[in-house]
Design a protein around this ligand. Structure first.
Ligand code: BG6
Length: 515
């Protein structure tokens, strides 16, 4: 199809996004395995529409959906239309939508059936012939994780993992592995067929604008980097709180839990970007080398240390957003004796020259008081308070708060004098908000990531060695929790800030930031 570049009204009127580039993308065929699944429905297909809407798709773009359901191209196109109308962040433009749908094809079949790959091969060759040139190929695996190795090996066997004169890439959704051993195995299975440079392991947090802004904030400003170390920073808190339960995902969540679902990937990525050394360039491997280095400086806990540095809990009944909700153990599909955690908090140390002695606290949970993802860097107190006797009660250590969502932005808390005759101080905030500074809505993470995979830019994807380092930190905690089958799993009321047990990780003189 020919993608249309249609500027929305707000884009046309918005001088602040002047200079936004449309990055060139070579002609591409995108194959989505699991194209009728929930992720495709809610995120991938709407993201494709938004790329088409702003003219970011390659001039020649073809797509094939692969899934088990038996249906014709037209049924698939109707399904895609419905996904886009329901979940696109922009109201679809009829012409752009029709253009995008018109060439979408569908291949039904189970993922271990050779026929599927034969048919895919034929369709891809046909695209190439029609275009008069070989199209780049992107295979997007949005299926249940047990199919990842199956699909990779079948693509290899059908000689679809390489293409003369065009690039072939494979995008693999999370979860990449279930623990350290299975992640290693999966890496080996995928790398048996594809080169590392062809493999794009997705972590959608890396596609969020504010997460990338973390690098801009650190490395495009002279203000922060001088204090970004153990001499000035007291501690770091990373929070990913959600005000939703597990929805209909008990089947997945029971086997996953908060540590695998959010900490091993999204939160540890935030930690890596926050603590890594400045890369020499923003080349994919230079950035990932630095992330790997810092992840390798986090010493995995020994089994005996886990109880002191990690807390797990489950939500009990409570009230969220004014609505009564049941506890985790009452959710459909959840074992009433389940020990799966819906909340996890950790205390980690980055043992290197820059960070030695600075504790990093992570917490995440379902059914908490509100949805917020933020990083809070708390500086050390000032060394001397000159106006101690005349009202410095309000003096608080400075904090740099990076809000990933909602209200994306950065704020710095400062001590300021309250107007009046006496020197009374209280914290005030200096703020930058995306919404007000750029007057534009941030693209969805998947828009950026799909585009990057099509362009072959792996900076925002997790490299094989990185995924192993991530699991290496988390694995001992999983094992210790798995081995402990008797101590009660703490409960927290739905709608609260989490379990009291998490407070002990911080020690007596620090507090979790209010949710
Ligand atoms: C997913 C998890 O990776 O991230 C979900 O599987 C979680 O359980 C989601 O709700 C959170 O993503 P976001 O972008 O809404 O913060």
């Amino acid at each position: 199809m020919q993608s249309a570049a249609v500027a929305t009204e707000s884009e046309q009127e918005n001088p602040l996004i002047e200079g936004l580039e449309r990055l060139p993308v070579r002609p591409t065929a995108l194959v989505i395995f699991g194209a009728t699944g929930d992720l495709a429905h809610r995120k991938l297909l709407p993201a494709l529409y938004n790329l088409a809407h702003e003219g970011s798709l390659p001039e020649r773009f073809e797509m094939i959906g692969v899934a088990r359901r038996g249906q014709e191209d037209e049924d698939f196109q109707d399904m895609v239309r419905e996904s886009i109308v329901r979940f696109s962040r922009r109201r679809p433009d009829q012409k752009v939508l029709d253009g995008l749908l018109s060439e979408m094809r569908y291949v039904p079949g189970v993922f271990d059936d050779d026929q599927v790959y034969g048919e895919l091969g034929r369709a891809l060759r046909e695209f190439d012939e029609r275009a008069g040139q070989p199209l780049n190929r992107v295979f997007y695996l949005s299926t249940a994780p047990q199919f990842f190795p199956v699909i990779a090996s079948k693509l290899g066997a059908a000689e679809l993992s390489q293409c003369e004169k065009a690039e072939t890439r494979i995008v693999i959704e999370k979860p990449f592995g279930y623990d350290l051993a299975s992640a290693r195995r999966l890496n080996d299975e995928v790398l048996d067929v594809f080169e590392e440079s062809q493999v794009f392991r997705i972590d959608h947090y890396l596609g969020k604008e504010t997460v990338q802004n973390l690098m801009a904030l650190r490395f495009a400003n002279a203000l922060f980097e001088p204090v970004w170390n153990r001499n000035f920073i007291d501690h770091v808190q990373i929070t990913a709180a959600e005000d939703i339960g597990i929805g209909g995902r008990a089947g997945y969540y029971e086997g996953a839990g908060a540590l695998r679902d959010l900490v091993q990937n999204h939160m540890m990525q935030l930690l890596a970007l926050l603590t890594m050394e400045p890369p020499s360039s923003f080349d994919a491997d230079r950035v990932r080398d630095e992330k790997l280095k810092v992840l390798e400086s986090i010493v995995p806990p020994s089994p005996g240390d886990v109880a002191a540095m990690a807390v797990r809990a489950q939500y009990g009944p409570g009230v969220v957003g004014g609505k009564k909700v049941g506890g985790y153990l009452e959710e459909d599909g959840v074992d009433p004796h389940s020990r799966t955690e819906t909340y996890a908090a950790l205390r980690l140390s980055v043992s290197n020259w820059r960070w030695a002695g600075v504790p990093v606290f992570l917490r995440t949970g379902k059914q908490l008081a509100r949805k917020v993802t933020e990083i809070v860097v708390t500086l050390k107190p000032v060394p001397h308070l000159a106006f101690k006797n005349i009202g410095s009660v309000g003096v608080q250590p400075n904090q740099i708060i990076l809000t990933v969502q909602p209200d994306e932005g950065v704020s710095v808390s400062l001590g300021a004098k309250i107007p009046g005759a006496t020197m009374r101080i209280r914290p005030v905030n200096m703020e930058f908000r995306y919404g007000t500074s750029f007057l534009s809505e941030s693209p969805e993470a998947y828009e950026r990531l799909i585009l990057d995979a099509m362009r072959g830019d792996a900076t925002l994807f997790t490299r094989g060695d990185e995924i192993i380092a991530l699991w290496g930190i988390i694995d001992p905690i999983l094992q210790a929790w798995h081995a402990d089958t008797s101590s009660p799993v703490p409960q927290y009321p739905a709608g609260s800030a989490g379990p009291a047990e998490a407070d002990r990780l911080l020690g007596s003189d620090r507090r979790w930031r209010r949710l």
